[in-house]
Write a protein that binds this ligand. Structure first.
Ligand SMILES: [Cu+2]
Length: 426
C-alpha cells in the first residue's frame, strides 16, 4: 500500500502519541550501497509501525548471599523469530530467542548472577567460522566487571554450555547494556539480536528522573533484508555495515504516543557501525541528564549530539508544552560518510499527543527539566588498591555443562587486585 504524506499523518493519529524513528538527510551516497532487496510492497513505511516498549526481565530468584542482596537471572541464547516487517517473520538469534531482548534493571549494590546458556548450534555458524559452531562471550558494556566476568572475546561459551557471570553493580546509576562479544563474530552476533539494555538504579536518580512508564529505553539499530525478509549481513569484509532500515526496539521508524508530561529516554546506539546525530524536528533542545558515565553533574539543554555505536545518552523531553496532536520527530543529521541510505524520507522520533485529552500539563515536582540539576559527584575515597576474594584460578572462567551447574564456584582465595583492573572496558 502506498501511503501519501497526508494519509500517513492521518494513519499515525490512530492511537499513536509520538513517532519514534530516525532520518537521514539526502547526501552523497557512498559507492557501495548496502541496501535491502525488499520489494517496495514489503519495504517498511515510516511512521506506520507502533512503538514497542522494551520488556523488563525479572529475576528467577532473589536471595541474600553473604550479606549481599543477590538476584539470579538466566538467559539462553537461541534462535527465534521477530516481527520486524509486516509481511515476514525474520529469523533472529536472541537472549531467550527474543528480539529485542528483555532488559535488566537492578538497584546499585545488588549483586547479579547472570547465567548465559548457549542454546545454539554445534554445527553451522557464521560465515567463515562454520567449524566453531556458535561461540558466545557476554560483555556487560559499561560495567566495572572483574576480569573473569568481563566477556573477553576468547572467553567463549560453546553450544550446550553455560557460563554464570557475576556483576557487583557497584557504580552510580547508569544505562549500560550487555551483548555478545565472541571473537570475530561480535558484530554479527549483535546484529542477529544478542544485545539488550541493563540499568543500574540508585536513590539520586530515583529522586530526580521520571520512572516507570515515563522512563523509556530506546535501542537503535540498523538492518537490511533479503527479499524474503531474512536479515542480510554484509559488513564489506569487516569495513562496516550500514543497513537501510533504522529500527527502534526492533521496529522500523515506529510511532510512540506520549502524554503531556516529561519523559525520560535512554537511547542506546546498538548499531554495528552507524553513528547518528539526533535532533528534534521542531528545533527544541532536549534536556540531557546522563551519558555513558551516568548522571551528569548538571543537566544541559542540547539541540544536537553525536551518538556513536555502543554509546548511551539519557535525556528528558517535556511534552507538556505542546498542543495535543503535535508531532515531534527525532531526526538524524549524520555526516556524509555515514549516509548510505536508500530511503531518504523524513524519518524521525515524533512526540504526538492525542487531540482533546489531557489539557493540563502532567509534570511532577522534581521531574521538570528546570529542576533537573543533578548532584555533583566527587571522586572521594578512591583507593589505589584493594583486596577482593576471587574464585580459585582453576575455576575462573570455567564453563560448566548445563546438567552440572553449581552455584558455588568452590575454593576461594584472596588475591590483590589493582583498582584499575576493575575499570569497565569500553
Ligand atoms: Cu560493547
Amino acid at each position: 500500500m502506498e501511503l501519501t504524506r497526508r494519509t500517513l499523518m492521518a494513519a499515525g493519529g490512530i492511537g499513536a502519541l509520538g513517532y519514534v524513528g530516525m532520518s537521514q538527510p539526502l547526501g552523497n551516497a557512498l559507492e557501495a550501497k548496502a541496501a535491502s532487496e525488499l520489494s517496495s510492497r514489503d519495504m517498511p513505511v515510516p511512521f506506520t509501525t507502533a512503538f514497542q516498549p522494551l520488556q523488563r526481565q525479572l529475576p528467577l530468584e532473589t536471595y541474600v548471599e553473604k550479606g549481599v542482596r543477590t538476584e539470579l537471572y538466566s538467559v539462553t541464547a537461541r534462535r527465534g523469530q521477530a516481527r520486524i516487517l509486516n509481511n515476514y517473520l525474520t529469523p533472529v538469534i536472541g537472549y531467550n530467542g527474543k528480539v529485542p531482548g528483555q532488559y535488566i534493571s537492578v538497584e546499585r549494590g545488588t549483586k547479579v548472577r547472570l547465567r548465559v546458556r548457549n542454546g545454539l548450534d554445534l554445527t553451522g555458524g557464521h560465515a567463515g567460522h562454520e567449524s566453531q559452531g556458535f561461540a558466545l562471550s557476554t560483555h556487560l558494556h559499561g560495567h566495572a566487571s572483574l576480569p573473569e566476568y568481563d566477556g573477553y572475546a576468547d572467553d567463549r561459551t560453546m553450544p550446550g554450555y553455560v557460563k554464570e557471570y557475576v556483576y557487583e553493580n557497584d557504580q552510580p546509576a547508569r544505562s549500560i547494556w550487555y551483548h555478545d562479544h565472541a571473537r570475530h563474530i561480535t558484530g554479527e552476533n549483535v546484529y542477529s539480536g544478542l544485545a539488550t539494555q541493563y540499568h543500574i538504579r540508585d536513590k539520586v536518580e530515583l529522586a530526580l528522573l521520571p520512572q516507570g512508564e515515563f522512563d523509556v529505553p530506546l535501542t537503535l539499530s540498523d538492518i537490511m533484508f533479503y527479499s524474503n525478509g531474512v536479515a542480510r549481513y554484509d559488513d564489506k569484509d569487516h569495513s562496516g555495515l550500514w543497513g537501510d532500515i533504522v529500527l527502534v526496539n526492533a521496529k522500523p521508524w515506529p510511532v510512540m504516543q506520549v502524554k503531556r508530561r516529561v519523559y525520560r529516554f535512554r537511547l542506546l546506539n546498538g548499531s554495528v557501525s552507524r553513528s547518528y546525530q539526533p535532533y528534534l524536528s521542531n528545533g527544541a533542545p532536549v534536556t540531557m541528564v546522563a551519558t555513558d558515565g551516568g548522571l551528569m553533574p548538571t543537566s544541559r539543554q542540547v539541540t544536537r549530539w553525536r551518538h556513536a555505536p555502543a554509546e548511551r545518552y539519557e535525556f528528558l523531553i517535556d511534552f507538556s508544552k505542546y498542543a495535543p496532536g503535535t508531532e515531534i520527530r527525532l531526526m538524524n543529521a549524520s555526516n556524509e560518510k555515514n549516509v548510505d541510505f536508500d530511503h531518504q524520507q523524513d524519518h524521525g522520533v515524533q512526540g504526538r499527543r492525542r487531540p482533546g485529552r489531557q489539557d493540563r500539563p502532567d509534570v511532577e515536582p522534581g521531574q521538570h527539566p528546570a529542576d533537573a540539576h543533578l548532584e555533583r559527584r566527587h571522586v572521594a575515597g578512591a583507593v589505589a588498591e584493594r583486596e577482593a576474594p576471587l574464585p580459585g584460578a582453576e575455576e575462573v572462567g570455567r564453563h560448566q555443562p548445563l546438567e552440572h551447574q553449581r552455584d558455588d564456584l568452590g575454593r576461594r582465595h584472596r588475591q590483590r587486585l589493582q583498582e584499575g583492573a576493575r575499570r569497565p572496558r569500553p
